[in-house]
Design a protein around this ligand. Structure first.
Ligand SMILES: NC(=O)c1ccc[n+]([C@@H]2O[C@H](COP(=O)([O-])OP(=O)(O)OC[C@H]3O[C@@H](n4cnc5c(N)ncnc54)[C@H](O)[C@@H]3O)[C@@H](O)[C@H]2O)c1
Length: 544
């Protein structure tokens, strides 16, 4: 009951804030229009006043001085005077009078020819500039100008307030984020709030990191479909074709899911997000995935899987309320473990790749933050996930592409020519596991900076429980693609891959109700259908 009323309050708060935000947004737009009009009117009057001002100045300067100061040709130009084009009496005339330059009859500028009558020509000898300037300052347009400057300064102040408040600590100052995040303004805030609105009783409010990724896209769609509120965060890096990530983003946006372009290392962005939205959960899927790429770019693993994770956990610690966190670890943490099927209680201290080591480190960080700060954390060890919108760097994906292009595919073999095997798990089964983990996650206990008791800490395998060898995978693909593959059998290099994976999902079955239901043949059929639809039947779309 307490939980229910908390969720209702959160929803009411979100809806109320969203309305306020819309009103503020409209007011800002209105202010923008007023400012632009005001600047236009001010400049106009300022120019007119300048003309009048210099006209007065020149008129009040004794001709002898002018001839002394100016060349003859310019003195002739002084023979203009300013006349109001209206009758100059009404208020409108005063405010909007257009002054035109009327040429005066040419006069001899010799002082001897000036009339001696005072008043016709001012023969002020002292402080005539001061008097003219004072008169100008007293004019209505000068006041208007002053008002404009004030309004402009107010605008500048509002603008500065809207700017991001950077300056928070960052673990990866030495890394250049692949994108420059654009965030924080009112339009951005409105999008975030709208995306986070729930459409069902007890709906979760979730921050999904890595939302433009393979698993992130599917999890986000599933949450939205059942009425949860969520916002995505992804840095759209180019580890694989970013246009595929953009297509996924489009898919999400069609369902009303806003994906923020930003990095999990951006502590200021995370702070802003947690201030804006009282997230109930974080589904953390952003990571540098892939085993082999670590030989090429180890820094990217440290950036996202180590520093990024710690930055995110720090932000969750400071958030009030603290969200419950569900995050993606990996089956790769089992490394050189030979005890099959892999159980959560098996050894995970022998990683075979840098990727695996960073995921293992992530599990240790998670435990630390759970222990010290009371964060509720659930780690999910995914086993080789595949399916529509999948990752182009994975074998089933690149095999499909190469088979369709008639290119040979490389199939690795272990010692003694043993076939490699993987516990291929269909994306829908993984999504069900993720959602069940979110639904069963308990609240964090450290909101407000003080841990009020032990918080939930869980780790689950999410696999299919029936490993398939890579040559078998290829035969299924050949059948679905109706094309024979050209195969190169190669001894597996020492690149971090392990010979087999096999999940024991007893724990997830018992505690999450997890039950994988899609076999590889069925799952690959769905993948091939999506692939041919997305890339064209021959896989000819040039985006990879
Ligand atoms: N797909 C699998 O077979 C598999 C297996 C085990 C574990 N996992 C884990 O599951 C999660 C999702 O994997 P996936 O297959 O969807 O991978 P993915 O690469 O498709 O998705 C990850 C997303 O995170 C984003 N990202 C990376 N670093 C980021 C950063 N610093 N800030 C913001 N965004 C960042 C990427 O742009 C990408 O869109 C990852 O944590 C991965 O390690 C996946």
């Amino acid at each position: 009951m307490q939980d229910d009323s908390d969720k209702c309050k959160t929803r009411r708060l979100l809806n109320g804030v969203a309305t306020l935000h819309t009103v503020a947004d409209v007011l800002t737009r209105f202010l923008d229009v007023v400012i632009i009009m005001n600047i236009y009117i001010s400049i106009k009057y300022l120019v007119q006043d300048r003309v009048r001002f210099w006209g007065r100045v020149l008129k009040s300067v004794p001709a002898s001085r002018l001839t002394a100061i100016l060349p003859i040709s310019r003195v002739e130009a002084v023979g203009f005077e300013l006349k109001p084009s209206g009758n100059g009496h009404s208020l409108t005339d005063k405010l909007t009078a257009r002054y035109s330059l009327v040429k005066m009859p040419q006069v001899n500028m010799n002082q001897d020819n000036f009339p001696s009558t005072p008043g016709k020509v001012k023969m002020e000898r002292s402080n005539y500039f001061g008097r003219v300037v004072n008169r100008w300052h007293g004019s209505s347009s000068a006041r208007l100008f002053g008002f404009s400057v004030g309004l402009f300064m107010l605008t500048a102040f509002v603008f500065l307030m809207r700017l991001n408040t950077a300056g928070d600590w960052s673990l990866t100052d030495n890394f250049v984020a692949p994108v420059q995040a654009k965030w924080g303004d009112l339009v951005w805030q409105r999008k975030v709030r709208q995306s986070c609105q729930t459409k069902r009783e007890d709906g979760l409010v979730v921050l999904v990191t890595g939302a433009a990724g393979f698993v992130g896209t599917h999890v986000s769609l599933a949450l939205k479909k059942r009425g949860d509120g969520l916002v995505g965060l992804d840095n759209f890096n180019n580890y694989y074709d970013p246009s595929l990530k953009r297509s996924r983003q489009e898919l999400l946006e069609k369902q009303g899911i806003f994906v923020i372009e930003g990095d999990i290392n951006d502590a200021a962005l995370l702070k802003k997000l947690f201030e804006l939205i009282p997230f109930t959960h974080v589904m953390h899927l952003a990571a540098q995935a892939g085993v082999r790429y670590a030989l090429e770019n180890p820094g990217s693993y440290v950036h996202s899987n180590i520093a990024g994770l710690v930055t995110l956990l720090e932000s969750c610690v400071k958030a009030n309320p603290q969200p419950a966190i569900v995050w993606a670890s990996s089956s790769s943490v089992y490394g050189l473990n030979t005890h099959v099927p892999f159980s959560e209680s098996d050894r995970t201290d022998q990683p075979a790749s840098l990727y695996a080591a960073t995921k293992k480190a992530g599990e240790e960080f998670a435990h630390t933050y759970n222990h010290i700060h009371g964060l509720s954390i659930t780690g999910l060890r995914f086993f080789t996930v595949y399916g529509p919108w999948g990752r182009p760097d994975m074998a089933y994906f690149s095999f499909t592409r190469d088979i369709l292009r008639g290119k040979p595919i490389t199939i690795y073999q272990g010692a003694n020519k043993i076939d490699l095997a993987r516990d291929f798990t269909y994306i829908d089964d993984i999504v069900k596991g993720c959602v069940a983990a979110l639904d069963t996650a308990e609240k964090s206990t450290g909101s407000g900076g003080k841990k009020r008791g032990k918080a939930q800490f869980r780790i689950y395998n999410l696999g299919n429980t029936s490993p398939v060898t890579v040559p078998n995978l290829v035969s299924i693909l050949e059948k679905h693609l109706k094309t024979k593959a050209k195969k190169d059998l190669v001894k597996m290099p020492r690149n971090g891959d392990v010979p087999f994976t096999h999940a024991n999902v007893t724990l997830a079955r018992r505690e999450l109700g997890y039950e994988p239901t899609t076999d590889l043949t069925t799952g690959l059929k769905k993948f091939v259908k999506w692939y041919q639809n997305y890339y064209g039947v021959s896989g000819s779309r040039r985006t990879m």
